[in-house]
Ligand binder design. Structure first.
Ligand code: SF4
Ligand code: SF4
Length: 78
């Protein structure tokens, strides 16, 4: 029987593009984002992704006011 490739997603946050507004943190239905401890080039605590569990819903992406700060990446595994 042929099995379908499993699709998972990842949320990439461009560290120096984030202005630490927390909109993505509040928007994520799975609570996978938080503001990190590190301060970026613009002086803000950039958001960080928990590392797993992203369902690719795009809520963080659409809530972010900074173009290019968030990219949702689809990962296809065998
Ligand atoms: S795409 Fe959805 S599940 Fe994934 S980090 Fe963004 S808001 Fe959370
Ligand atoms: S919504 Fe965008 S700018 Fe705001 S904390 Fe999240 S990644 Fe940073």
């Amino acid at each position: 029987m042929e099995t379908k490739p499993k699709k998972t997603f990842r949320c990439d946050i461009a560290f120096d593009e984030c202005k630490g507004c927390s909109r993505c943190v509040e928007a994520c239905p799975r609570s996978l984002l938080k503001l990190g401890d590190a301060i970026n080039m613009m002086g803000f605590p950039a958001a960080v992704y928990a590392g797993e569990g992203c369902i690719g819903c795009g809520a963080c992406y659409y809530s972010c006011p900074e173009p290019g700060a968030i990219t949702i990446v689809e990962i296809t595994e065998d």
